[in-house]
Design a protein around this ligand. Structure first.
Ligand SMILES: *Cc1c(COP(=O)(O)O)cnc(C)c1O
Length: 349
């Protein structure tokens, strides 16, 4: 980059993270093989490591979180069944309708402002046995909840959901794209989540910093079904060792723990922005690396603040008409955060 160019502080997403030098070296020195034949040694190593880490029997590597969720839906259900999920979950809002168009599923939504559906709503949403009704095939959860600003519901709520699932013998899938952020917030190991569900999808390419990929974990039997759907959807990627070497580092304790820097930066940002007149942040809802900032009614519009920030070299996202979303990642330092707070203060003066 030319020295005269202004550096952009990018708080739009944590998917902008670039593989670091260790990942690049690991990628380029990785042994390779044809993964579709089970011959890529590093993909095999990553899949075993992922399964061991979450405490499930097996795991598969996939090119994206979207494919991971779709493969999970396919492997858990039959066409025409209904999936119960929170109304603003990523599977419903941000995966191009794949559940309906590819997996042939109906979505039964419930509201869950904590990020999870309540046990009571779930119990009422499960279809009773009647020839007129679609069959309930799956409960799909998301933790942390993306659209609600990366919030994590108390583990008792997850346990209550799991109890309803057991009561009706329904499988539970967890979209855990950022599950290690949730683990840090709750101060628990990933098995605290994994033990309460039947499958979990984890993104390697968000805060963890790998360039590509996700892992889907579950029972051996579930994962062997999932592997067929992965192939069907075009996720058989041959020499994947390049990517999986990065994924192995991403899943290591060191990289998972590094996410706490993103959380600290999000907290500082939330606190700093909340002190600016016209901005409001629900500090009790800043759990992970997301900050949702509300603009006071009658003041500056969110879209015009976004434009002023952009002009000053700060990128964020319009989350709704009156809200901006900031996402911290390893590409943003604590000094950057102080700068963003100052730029926001100036923009609103
Ligand atoms: C990003 C994300 C996904 C999808 O992952 P991609 O790799 O972008 O396809 C799924 N669920 C949640 C909650 C996400 O944030």
């Amino acid at each position: 980059m030319a020295g005269s160019e202004k550096r952009v502080i990018d708080l739009r997403r944590d998917t902008i993270t670039l593989p670091d030098d260790r990942m690049r070296r690991a990628a380029f020195s990785s042994p390779l093989g044809d993964s579709v034949y089970g011959e890529d040694p590093v993909q095999r190593e990553l899949e075993s490591a992922a399964a061991a880490k979450v405490g499930m029997e097996a795991a598969i590597f996939l090119p994206s979180g979207t494919m991971g969720n779709l493969v999970a839906l396919l492997a858990h259900t039959e066409r025409g069944q209904e999936v119960i999920l929170e109304q603003n979950s990523h599977i419903r809002t941000s995966e191009t309708g794949g559940a309906a168009s590819v997996a042939g599923l109906m979505l039964k939504t419930v509201a869950g402002p904590s990020g999870l559906p309540s046990a009571e709503d779930l119990r009422q949403s499960v279809r009773r046995d009647d020839i007129h009704y679609p069959q309930t095939g799956l409960i799909a959860l998301e933790q942390p909840h993306y659209r609600y600003g990366g919030i994590v519901a108390p583990l008792q709520e997850l346990e209550a959901v799991a109890e309803v699932a057991r009561e009706f013998a329904l499988p539970v899938h967890l979209d855990g794209a950022r599950i290690f952020n949730a683990c840090l917030y709750m101060d628990v190991g990933v098995e605290a989540f994994a033990a309460r569900v039947d499958s979990i999808m984890i993104s390697l390419s968000k805060g963890l910093g790998a360039p590509v990929g996700s892992v889907l974990c579950g029972s051996t039997e579930f994962i062997s079904r999932a592997a067929r759907y992965r192939k069907m959807l075009g996720g058989g990627m041959r020499q994947t060792g390049w990517l999986c070497a990065c994924g192995l580092l991403a899943l290591s304790e060191e990289y998972c723990q590094r996410l706490s820097e993103d959380h600290q930066n999000a907290h500082r940002l939330a606190q700093g922005l909340n002190e600016i007149g016209g901005l409001n942040v629900r500090l009790d809802r800043v759990h992970t690396n997301f900050v949702l900032v509300e603009l006071a009614a009658g003041g500056v519009e969110a879209s015009s603040l976004l434009a002023s920030l952009e002009a000053a070299g700060v990128r964020a996202t319009l989350a709704s008409e009156d809200r901006l979303r900031f996402v911290t990642s390893k590409e943003v330092s604590s000094d950057d955060i102080e700068q963003v707070i100052n730029i926001c203060r100036t923009a609103l003066r």
